[in-house]
Design a protein around this ligand. Structure first.
Ligand SMILES: [Zn+2]
Length: 76
């Protein structure tokens, strides 16, 4: 992190009415409590990519279950 950003604080208004003092901020200048994380895919392309990744993960989970089933069958 560049030196001129080292003292940058989140400074979002907290529920107590004081500025947030967290220094672990993201590129948008806010900490993880004040709007730092991704809100998900915006474009159709991005959503499709996300879904494709999810389907891939689901397949992997299925494969794993098969393996566990095989292992259990072997042990009996
Ligand atoms: Zn904050």
């Amino acid at each position: 992190m560049p030196d001129d950003l080292a003292d940058l604080r989140c400074e979002a208004k907290t529920r107590a009415g004081t500025p947030c003092k967290r220094k672990d901020i993201y590129q948008n200048g806010r900490c993880k409590f004040h709007g730092g994380l991704s809100s998900g895919a915006k474009t159709a392309e991005g959503k499709a990519r996300q879904l494709a990744g999810y389907r891939h993960w689901q397949e992997k989970q299925g494969m794993r279950k098969d393996k566990i089933a095989q292992k259990n069958a072997h042990n009996e």
